[in-house]
Design a binder for this molecule. Structure first.
Ligand SMILES: NC(=O)c1ccc[n+]([C@@H]2O[C@H](COP(=O)([O-])OP(=O)(O)OC[C@H]3O[C@@H](n4cnc5c(N)ncnc54)[C@H](OP(=O)(O)O)[C@@H]3O)[C@@H](O)[C@H]2O)c1
Length: 287
């Protein structure tokens, strides 16, 4: 028998690329990194054909429609990619005896909590993206309940793609003053840490299906995150706190996104880095 195959969908995104960075450290597996051109997850026939050809033992679904504001006026695509395709991937995994790790978001919550969000807390998305991701969670769990792990994460950044950290670094070089929202609370997630957590689940002797929460440890606002980025690049940019009401966007954002990570930590014996350590690690790779 050959090595078990791990299929990574959406391989050109932040998380997909961080998994690619780590893959060499997992020689017991054969990885297939499929970007959108290789496998469009919102084409059910393509999904089924891909599984029939490659017979993966695991599917790590990093593909998603992540343009949160655009989703407000592009509901159909958001729901097809985020809502329907996780169900198709889950069904394909079930038929082929594979396991699915699907990634979801804190945006399934309305942000009105004042205590860290647990997996069992009631969901109530306040934008199209969140609603589409919640639909995807439900379809994946319905189609393959015994073989699916869903990880809700938040505020993802990495050295790859577009994200808050890279945008802040660029703007701090361009502008003398920067206003950043100070009334949205959460904890960022370095995609490299999430990738490592996912591979820990893959390698775990005990697979426990279900929904889990993962971000880095700590509790900050976007403004505080921006200050930490500024400190690390030694910028003189004047970073000022503003309320969300001064930064209107097409999609509403939850005010409170802090995830309770106890379940994933205990079930899969994870050590989750604090956001400051991980921010430094990412920024060292950006140099
Ligand atoms: N970024 C965040 O702050 C954040 C927060 C919470 C949860 N999440 C979740 O975390 C996961 C990973 O996010 P990320 O930041 O790595 O996202 P990302 O960088 O936007 O990557 C998503 C990837 O999915 C691909 N994709 C889109 N539609 C596809 C399709 N139909 N078939 C195949 N691939 C498709 C995209 O390709 P194209 O570039 O060609 O479109 C892109 O490469 C997602 O499930 C996301 O919802 C992200």
């Amino acid at each position: 028998m050959g090595k078990p195959t791990i299929l990574v969908t959406g391989a050109n995104g932040q998380l997909g690329r961080e998994l690619n960075v780590l893959a060499d450290a997992y020689p017991a597996y054969h990885f297939i990194f499929a970007d959108r051109a290789a496998l469009s997850v919102d084409d059910r026939q393509q999904v089924d054909a891909f599984f029939a050809t490659h017979q993966p033992a695991w599917c790590l679904n990093c593909a998603a429609y992540t343009a949160v504001d655009k989703a407000e006026s592009d509901q159909e695509a958001a729901f097809r990619i985020n809502g329907d395709s996780p169900g198709w991937l889950a069904a394909a995994c079930r038929r082929h005896g594979a396991k699915l790790v699907h990634i979801s978001t804190d945006y399934v919550f309305d942000g009105r909590s004042s205590t860290p969000l647990k997996e069992s807390d009631p969901t109530s998305p306040i934008n199209v993206y969140g609603a589409s991701k919640l639909a995807g969670e439900q379809k994946a769990m319905n189609d393959h309940p015994d073989g699916t792990v869903i990880i809700r994460t938040a505020w993802v950044y990495s050295e790859f793609g577009n994200n808050f950290v890279k945008t802040m670094i660029r703007l701090m070089k361009e502008r003398p003053v920067l206003k950043v929202v100070d009334d949205q609370i959460g904890s960022p997630t370095y995609a490299a840490d999430l990738a490592a957590a996912i591979l820990r689940i893959v390698g775990s002797p005990r697979f426990v299906p279900g929904i889990y929460h993962y971000s880095n440890e700590g509790r900050i606002s976007w403004y505080q995150f921006a200050l930490a980025i500024r400190d690390r690049i030694g910028s003189a940019c004047n970073v000022q706190p503003i309320p969300s009401s001064e930064f209107p966007t097409p999609a509403k954002r939850p005010q409170y996104s802090l995830l309770d990570k106890a379940l994933i930590r205990d079930t899969y014996q994870l050590i989750i880095p604090g956001w400051e350590t991980s921010l430094s690690a990412c920024m060292a790779r950006l140099d």
